[in-house]
Design a protein. Structure first.
Length: 80
């Protein structure tokens, strides 16, 4: 398990303040994710970009396979 960090007061953009001992928390007023360190914030942003790009690639691959395996043969059959 991770040992708790020293208490630190974190302020959200909406003005909510609270004490945190975790690497990340969620603001109770606006629902944004808040980080203990700015380094963790950058890591979270990098993870978000990585996962979104993986999702876009997977959707693109599925669309490509759908076009190549279903649409193209059906169109060729209709031309006959």
């Amino acid at each position: 398990m991770n040992s708790p960090l020293p208490p630190k007061e974190i302020t959200c953009e909406c003005g909510n303040r609270f004490m945190s001992q975790q690497r990340s928390n969620w603001c109770r007023l606006c629902g944004k994710q808040l980080f203990y360190d700015s380094k963790d914030k950058n890591k979270g942003r990098t993870n978000q970009i990585f996962f979104m790009s993986v999702i876009v690639i997977v959707i693109g691959l599925i669309a490509y396979l759908f076009i190549e395996m279903i649409i193209t043969p059906v169109v060729n059959l209709l031309k006959l």
